[in-house]
Design a protein around this ligand. Structure first.
Ligand code: GRF
Length: 235
């Protein structure tokens, strides 16, 4: 069965692919997903929100939207494997087809990632493969790059690795500090993650080796310069 056929079989009476969103904190990306999924033609529904942290602010967004929540405190487990096994149980009981990591600050074990191969989406606040890991905005400023952004990608066992589904480019401006730049990137994340999940749940992504091909309209071929270059000087 193709991925599209399998997802169609999993949609059930709601007609949309069920997705679990995993969070650890504020949950602004979760909120963006909840809002996107309100559209009648959005191909995924948020069936469950899971947090490893009972104090995660984002749980409130889920509750307000009437979405079931589960807290699985990682401190209750003595190793990553045991935590991931509990997570896997909850996800399988919920019958979700995809997992969306939206500010989930736990590394998943290779066994878990393999069991959910091509079914875990993550949002990272940089243009991968640049600036893997934490403090991406401070590091982008330090490196002097003129653009940064965010990446929605399928998860592989290595941290911040895996086929790229979508990226959004954000300019670094002269007066930026990490906070200002981070806010601009976060606004882009709120567009990029729902877009990537729609492509994935809509069956429009084909994984070939390290690449994810999107059967969707590509970006325009126009160059983007920072600092600005007048369009008539680009040729
Ligand atoms: C986002 O910047 C995301 O890219 C990173 O953690 C942050 C989570 O923010 N992995 P929020 O909880 O979605 O507001």
């Amino acid at each position: 069965m193709t991925a599209r056929g399998r997802d169609a079989a999993a949609t059930g009476p709601h007609g949309r692919v069920p997705v679990a969103v995993l969070i650890s904190g504020r949950g602004s990306n979760l909120k963006a997903l909840i809002d996107a999924a309100k559209a009648a033609d959005y191909p995924a529904r948020i069936a469950l929100v899971i947090s490893n942290n009972a104090a995660a602010g984002g749980l409130g967004f889920a509750r307000d939207a009437g979405i079931p929540t589960r807290v699985i405190p990682h401190r209750d487990f003595d190793c990553r494997e045991a935590f991931d096994a509990a997570l896997d149980d909850v996800l399988r009981q919920a019958g979700v087809s995809y997992i969306c990591l939206a500010g989930f600050m736990r590394l998943l074990t290779p066994d878990f990632v393999t069991a959910w191969q091509d079914r875990i989406l993550n949002i990272h606040p940089a243009l991968l493969p640049a600036f893997r890991g934490l403090d991406t905005h401070a590091r982008a400023l330090e490196a002097g790059v003129r653009f940064t952004g965010c990446t929605a990608h399928l998860v592989r066992p290595e941290m911040d690795d895996g086929p790229i589904i979508a990226q959004a480019v954000v300019p670094v401006l002269p007066d930026d500090d990490a906070e200002r730049l981070g806010a601009r990137v976060l606004a882009a994340e709120h567009r990029c993650l729902p877009h990537a999940l729609a492509l994935l749940a809509g069956g429009l992504i084909e994984v070939r080796g390290q690449r994810a091909l999107a059967h969707a309209k590509p970006a325009s071929e126009t160059y983007l310069f920072n600092p600005w270059l007048e369009p008539d000087k680009m040729a």
